[in-house]
Design a protein around this ligand. Structure first.
Ligand SMILES: Cc1cc2nc3c(=O)[nH]c(=O)nc-3n(C[C@H](O)[C@H](O)[C@H](O)COP(=O)(O)OP(=O)(O)OC[C@H]3O[C@@H](n4cnc5c(N)ncnc54)[C@H](O)[C@@H]3O)c2cc1C
Length: 290
């Protein structure tokens, strides 16, 4: 088999990220089934190519030079409900999991409806919103290493804390996950999803390309509050701007480069540290060749 098995060469990644920023992948392949996902990882191993699994691209700052090796865009979408448990493929959007659960009258997973991205991205980064988070909802996840060896890990084994997990910084791939909800009322779950969505629309600059919160909230405080108090709303580097609507969002106001965003992040970190002595830690992942 040749590397032609990896579909497109030099595919720009910008269209595949919510920030609309990012240079080319050496090889880009969209996978839409478990077989494709596992098969692509096997072929990459045979060619000794590094693999990057791309979910929804909603928590990424991809370098202008792009990503070396193979980028697998995980579009394998499958979710089913058994009792109060939802089993979902890693490429399912979290919002799809919330919708499938709500439709089946399973409550407790409504928060997922407002978090962009996939199950794999959420299991990797312990995504959460409105008081819910992956660590609490997850029963277990089927994982795989780049040798193709698979195992199941319980949520308690994944080293979860606020927006972190033991999977970060490793090449371990989430294949599938099981989430625990509870039997409840379909109408109540649907209503809660609508309320949460409305709240989001009011507070977040969703009309411009962004990557959600750019920094993690420091203990006992909010990154957005600190950035706003430092007078940084509207601060711009190239095409990247600190949102006027929500200070912990950096938006791509036009033709921002990854370097623009990275520089603006440094400006924000420096100013906040100077004013308040707080070190802001990025929530967004910087990936690729810088
Ligand atoms: C408007 C907006 C609002 C947001 N609000 C929130 C919020 O409220 N709470 C929150 O937590 N986050 C929020 N985010 C950030 C983002 O939605 C989450 O971090 C999400 O979990 C990322 O998932 P993804 O599929 O897009 O991952 P990607 O951005 O594609 O990738 C992120 C990381 O996950 C890894 N990854 C992806 N799939 C897999 C897999 N199958 N196996 C192993 N690793 C994998 C990638 O390799 C990468 O390292 C928001 C983002 C946006 C744009």
């Amino acid at each position: 088999m040749t590397t032609a098995a990896f579909g497109v060469r030099g595919q720009p990644l910008a269209p595949h990220t919510s920030l609309r920023i990012g240079g080319p992948a050496d090889f880009f392949l969209r996978v839409a089934s478990e077989k494709d996902l596992v098969g692509a990882i096997q072929v990459a191993r045979e060619h000794e190519l590094p693999v990057f699994v791309l979910g929804g691209g909603t928590n990424l700052l991809v370098a202008d030079r792009g990503i070396r090796g193979v980028v697998l865009q995980n579009a394998w979408r499958e979710a089913r409900v058994d009792g109060g448990v939802v089993t979902a493929s890693s490429g399912s959007e979290l919002a799809h999991v919330a919708a499938v659960a709500a439709r089946a009258g399973v409550e407790g997973l409504e928060w997922m409806a407002t978090v962009p991205g996939t199950v794999g991205g959420a299991v990797h980064g312990n995504a959460g919103a409105f008081g819910g988070e992956t660590a609490d909802a997850l029963l277990d996840a089927d994982l795989m290493d780049l040798n193709g060896d698979g195992w199941t890990a319980k949520a308690g084994e994944l080293g979860y804390s606020y927006r972190t997990s033991a999977l970060q910084g490793t090449p371990i791939v989430c294949v599938r996950a099981r989430f625990q909800g509870k039997a409840g009322d379909r109408a109540a779950a649907v209503r809660r999803i609508k309320e949460m969505a409305n709240e989001r629309i009011k507070k977040q600059p969703l009309a411009q390309p962004n990557t959600g919160s750019i920094f993690r909230n420091p203990p006992g405080d909010h990154a957005g509050r600190l950035i706003e108090a430092a007078g940084l709303k509207g601060r711009t580097v190239g095409g990247a701007t600190v949102s006027e609507k929500h200070a912990n969002f950096i938006v791509n106001a036009g033709a921002a480069t990854a370097e623009d965003v990275r520089t603006l992040m440094s400006v924000v970190q420096r100013e906040v540290a100077k004013r308040f002595g707080v070190e802001l830690v990025p929530e967004v992942e910087l990936v690729g060749e810088w």
